[in-house]
Design a protein around this ligand. Sequence first.
Ligand code: CMC
Length: 429
Amino acid sequence: MTDKKAVLSIDGYDTAINLPVLSGTLGQDVIDVSSLTANDIFTFDPGFTSTASCESKITFIDGAKGILLHRGYPIDELAEKASYLETCYLLLNGELPDATQKAEFEDIITSHTMVNRSIEQFLSGFRYDAHPMAIMCGVVGAMSSFYHDSIDIEDPTHRMITAHRLIAKMPTLAAMCYKHYVGQPYMYPKNDLTYAENFLHMMFGTPCGTPKVSPVLARAMDLLFLLHADHEQNASTSTVRLAGSSGANPFSCIAAGIAALWGPSHGGANQAVLEMLNEIGDEKHIDTFVKRAKDKNDPFRLMGFGHRVYKNFDPRAKVMKQACDDVLAELGLDNDPLLKIAKRLEKIALEDDYFVSKKLYPNVDFYSGIIMKALGIPTEMFTVIFATGRTVGWIAHWNEMISNPYKIGRPRQLYTGPSQRSIPSVDER
Ligand code: CMC
């Protein structure tokens, strides 16, 4: 709370309404409008572009300056100096782990990587060609029926066990979705591998053998998870919070988050980027697609460009671009035709007046799609990998909400339908 207040005078109201102004540690001041309902008036903010839906200590974004901090640490420093699991610990607990805490946390996560055998059977019941995100929504939601020994949301220990289970089992489930899709046997996790190596082992290994993963590729995989770990109150995290605010169990809340992430304006953009590059097909067609993206009457958008909050650059994209270059060099893919289209598109968008004036920079999904393609991951799996990395953010926000006083989320509306009327008889309609 600050000493500042906002004063709202409304035509037709006798007195002005005083509204408190709140200040966070960083970022814009926030007008507290929660008392407006007592004055019989609401705010109208479709898409929540001007609304802070909660108070949070986890992640800070300054979209104008291109800053992303987790618990105060800049994302590029975390990417350089920490692993994904250290970042998970930070998001969940507020501080980076010391050496003992790090070893303990890695041990806990490793010991939770297997899934109940019945989950294998459940997952095998999906159609062989089901989209892996469809399977993930179903299987993660169903986890509440397998792990109901730890879903008392009032119990902090239960909440932490669930967080650990989700972080540990998501890569196993993600890889199982892929194996189901390609018709190969599920691979069990290997506890002597790192989180990222283990995921690549479960994805690309078979009972006949596991391809050796180079440190550059394992690091790129870890970075993919780390750079997606959290992003404050985006659509999927807000969905998790809203579902959780009713007291729903955490597995259903995360399933709701996965569903929200799937859309092409959010996590589904990484798959959409690759589909767009395939559709462009040849460098000579790029201009046509750029023209379409600029045409107000054409719904086509350049996927992987633009962001609701970042209006300068996406700091995750900066790190991802470097990782992308490293992976392409390591795999000798610098001349891949699709990647050449991506590079040309990136250059055009960074120079073209339309994209520059609207501040439409390449976002994290533009480069992550390219890295994942280079790693041999099929496009249908891209959003699943985003979901796997983001699970810690979702569960950290859910836990933060449940650990503090909270209310069920219940937005209101501006009603523009018919006024009250009587039902005519059938022959009068
Ligand atoms: N290509 C062409 N024009 C665009 C694009 C684009 N990718 N993105 C925005 N615009 C235009 C849009 O037509 C509008 O123009 P005008 O002012 O003339 O009407 C203007 O830029 C502002 O767009 P908006 O839709 O009002 O902006 P928003 O903040 O609501 O949308 C966005 C943000 C990410 C949904 C949008 O930029 C987009 O659809 N991008 C492509 C999808 C994408 O890459 N999504 C991944 C986001 S990053 C990962 C994540 O955090 O989930």
